[in-house]
Design a protein around this ligand. Structure first.
Ligand SMILES: [Zn+2]
Length: 141
């Protein structure tokens, strides 16, 4: 199978996400300086099973996202979510809180956002640790 990105994943710009995070004013708490999380940065699929389909269709990023979702949900859980309509929550990619001075790097977060619940419910369903070989990262300024 040829490796590729689906239409949604090809619009996900990880460099822009990191730039957005670093453009925030750093915050302070008892343990030091941190950049706040950005949980709802990129609107991905409208349901978790669409990520599964994207992975099955050969999208590399959907495959990675789906592998993380499977750590939290098994097939029976997915079927159960679907039958209760909960599988149809909007999926977002974002960035976790991070602390540059403690060398704690951010994670790409996978969140499920339910707008129908009050207050709106946002659930972390998985995360990815991004890395790149030195000198191989794209620089967009
Ligand atoms: Zn995809």
């Amino acid at each position: 199978m040829t490796k590729m990105l689906c239409n949604i994943c090809s619009d996900f710009d990880i460099s822009a996400l990191f730039a957005q995070s670093k453009s925030q004013p750093p915050q302070q708490d008892k343990t030091g300086t941190y950049y706040p999380e950005i949980p709802l940065w990129f609107k991905h699929q409208t349901r978790i099973t669409a990520i599964k389909s994207g992975a099955a269709d050969g999208c590399e990023l959907c495959e990675l996202l789906w592998s993380q979702c499977q750590k939290r949900f098994n097939d029976a859980d997915i079927d159960n979510l679907e039958s209760h309509g909960e599988g149809e929550e909007q999926i977002y990619l974002g960035l976790s809180l991070w602390r540059p001075e403690r060398k704690l790097q951010p994670f790409i977060t996978i969140e499920q956002h339910n707008m129908k619940k009050t207050p709106t419910l946002c659930k972390l369903i998985g995360w990815l640790e991004p890395y790149a070989k030195r000198g191989k990262i794209g620089n967009r300024g």
